[in-house]
Design a protein around this ligand. Structure first.
Ligand code: GLN
Length: 396
């Protein structure tokens, strides 16, 4: 009895803005994966280690006594390394002191951008399926989400729906390219259409580019590089995916100085600064030779192909991703009523965890036929996951 009461009281204490969101699907699925001893193709984290040269740089920084707060917006050397890399990739000049803010992962950069640049009641456009933290951060900022739905098979933007999402109240549009969970890489013409509307309506583009290096088809384009966009774009990225170090939580935001002022205004009160020795590690990472990135994308391409071929052979309708380390698949050939029912069966009976995608839609039934598999896993893990899922085929 006492326990029940405690539970009720706790529920009531969560702020109204956050009650609709509950626990993240990634936490829930990883917990279930552990409980059922399942192969975890759910939460997107590599089950292999990051590069030795990056780890050694952080270890050296710890040994050298770099244990106090870093500068609020980043170690000067790291800001410089981020600016140089972005300038080389996008062709845009970046002032590392006035335009770069180092954050505790890209998730914090997104929160800082939304809290620091958006007012309560403003509208923010999200593409769905969306990464779950976007919608929660929009709610924490007191803003109103507007949705543009990307649909299989290719998850292209419908220009009419896009235009309809803009209004006189729109303050920002949040883009993610390559996109989690669909694996879509936004094309030049799609980004041009977004940019055109941003200019027309004087809207800020928040562009989450954490999978920028994981591109298998097409080309990664930063919307900041399009005409009229450098002054109205916040480019967000991180170390986690590119260097297989998701637990380091090093991210950043690159934006014009007036937008950076808003981002820093929030960042200084959210986390103030980011782990100093890990920033030293990040400096080494960002100076990696091109061969590092080539190897990374080559390895991931192989994993993607293996999972796409394997899932297709099992009977899924697979939508091969152009980027990211996720694959979307339609589970309906197996006869389950929803993505949640399918994932429950998969984890409890088959021993594999995947992510049901309905949580990434404002109208959850839009995602009921789709599940997401992560391939940022060792070849052995991927093989074992596919081997276990052959039980599904025989159940058909
Ligand atoms: N970005 C990762 C994913 O999409 C997980 C992030 C998280 O666990 N919050 O799976």
């Amino acid at each position: 009895m006492a326990n029940d009461r405690l539970k009720l009281d706790r529920t009531r204490q969560i702020a109204n803005s956050l009650t609709p969101f509950g626990e993240t699907i990634f936490t829930e699925m990883s917990r279930l994966a552990m409980r059922h001893n399942a192969v975890n193709l759910g939460q997107g984290f590599p089950n292999f280690d990051g590069p030795e040269f990056v780890k050694q740089a952080a270890i050296q920084a710890i040994n050298a006594g770099h244990g106090q707060y870093a500068r609020m917006f980043g170690l000067p050397e790291l800001n410089k390394a981020i600016a140089e890399r972005f300038a080389a990739d996008s062709g845009l000049p970046v002032d590392s002191e006035a335009q770069v803010t180092v954050t505790s992962g890209c998730t914090e950069a997104i929160a800082s951008a939304l809290l620091g640049l958006v007012n309560p009641g403003d509208e923010v456009i999200l593409f769905e399926p969306y990464y779950d933290s976007y919608r929660a951060c929009v709610a924490m900022a007191g803003a109103v989400p507007r949705f543009v739905t990307l649909r299989p098979p290719d998850f292209s933007i419908n220009p009419t729906e896009l235009r309809r999402a803009f209004s006189s109240k729109t303050r920002a549009i949040l883009i993610n390219t390559p996109q989690n969970p669909t694996g879509k890489v936004f094309r030049q013409d799609e980004l041009e259409a977004i940019a055109q509307l941003c200019r027309e309506h004087d809207v800020i583009a928040l562009s989450d580019e954490v999978y920028e290096r994981l591109v298998f088809e097409g080309r990664h384009i930063s919307i900041a590089s399009l005409a009229g966009m450098p002054e109205r774009t916040v480019t967000l990225s991180s170390l986690g995916k590119t260097f297989s170090l998701t637990g380091w939580k090093i991210g950043w935001a690159i934006a014009a100085p007036d937008l950076t002022a808003g981002i820093r205004a929030a960042h200084q009160f959210l986390t103030f600064a980011t782990a100093t020795p890990l920033q030293h590690g990040a400096i080494a990472a960002l100076r990696a030779p091109n061969s590092y990135y080539e190897q990374l994308v080559g390895d991931y391409r192989r994993k993607r192909d293996a999972l796409v071929v394997g899932l297709s052979a099992l009977g899924f309708q697979v939508f091969p991703p152009q980027g990211t380390y996720f694959v979307m698949a339609d589970h309906t050939p197996f006869g389950f009523e929803s993505d949640v029912a399918f994932c429950r069966h998969l984890i409890e009976r088959v021993g594999v965890a995947a992510i049901p995608t309905s949580v990434f839609y404002h109208n959850p039934s839009d995602g009921r036929s789709l599940v997401r598999f992560a391939f940022c896993k060792t070849d052995e893990t991927l093989r074992e996951g596919l081997r276990r899922m052959s039980a599904l085929q025989s159940a058909k």
